[in-house]
Design a binder for this molecule. Sequence first.
Ligand SMILES: Nc1ncnc2c1ncn2[C@@H]1O[C@H](COP(=O)(O)OP(=O)(O)OP(=O)(O)O)[C@@H](O)[C@H]1O
Length: 262
Amino acid sequence: MNNPPALQASQLSVSLGNGSARRQVLCGLNLTLRAGAWTAIVGPNGAGKSTLLRALAQVIPHQGDLKLLGCALAPMAPRDRARALAWLAQSGAGETSADDLTVYDVALLGRLPHQAWLAPPSAADHAAVETALRQSQAWDWRTRALGELSGGERQRVLLARLLAVQAPVMLMDEPLANLDPPHQADWIALVRALVAEGHTVVSVLHEITLALMANDLVVMRQGHIDYVGPAHDLVAHRCLETVFDHRIAIHPLNHQWVALPR
Ligand SMILES: Nc1ncnc2c1ncn2[C@@H]1O[C@H](COP(=O)(O)OP(=O)(O)OP(=O)(O)O)[C@@H](O)[C@H]1O
């Protein structure tokens, strides 16, 4: 029997803004994302990538049906959902409230869906936090306050919080923002290791060359999905060049694909 997809959206619509500024950003999207794969969502600024990811993560109101690993998301208990679907928001999006917490305690927040009400963290929670902080190379800062860290260091701590959830499906909005090239390469290696363990990773990326290393691509433009499928497919590459108005060209180099400005 085939495994169910990680996420399925049917007739997904999202409107944002208030009053006369309210506008429909996504209109009736249908999308299926494979389980046990890394999917990168790409497209020009304002295409609706973050809105799509935030709707999939259930952090903004939307219309339409969503399924997580074959189960309808809407009736799922919030705690069950939070264990199964972990979410890394875009850098700087509403995270200042955690600035006074230590790095360790920020990562420990990822264990909340696993903890009984008012119960202290278990040995399993501490083990998951240590593993996550080591995976994102943030363990050495565990006693420092989040607010003391640089943008890239902070991003790695928030990544650790997501990893600590140990969710089968992980959604990340611009996880490479503020990361230097070696830490971007570390992130790719981490995602590949997570996928090899059976996790699903869905990430919005602006770094097209890195997105081309994903298993699958979702290419968006103006609130629509123009392509869903393997990242190595030449149809995906032509679609990417088109949505970026042919200002980029995709070339093979050393057994991978690179996107260069024209
Ligand atoms: N709160 C809001 N109110 C009204 N419109 C919004 C709101 N948030 C986003 N939008 C609009 O929705 C559209 C999609 O935005 P979204 O952030 O999803 O795009 P994106 O593809 O992630 O862009 P970027 O690459 O610039 O991050 C944009 O035109 C944006 O102006």
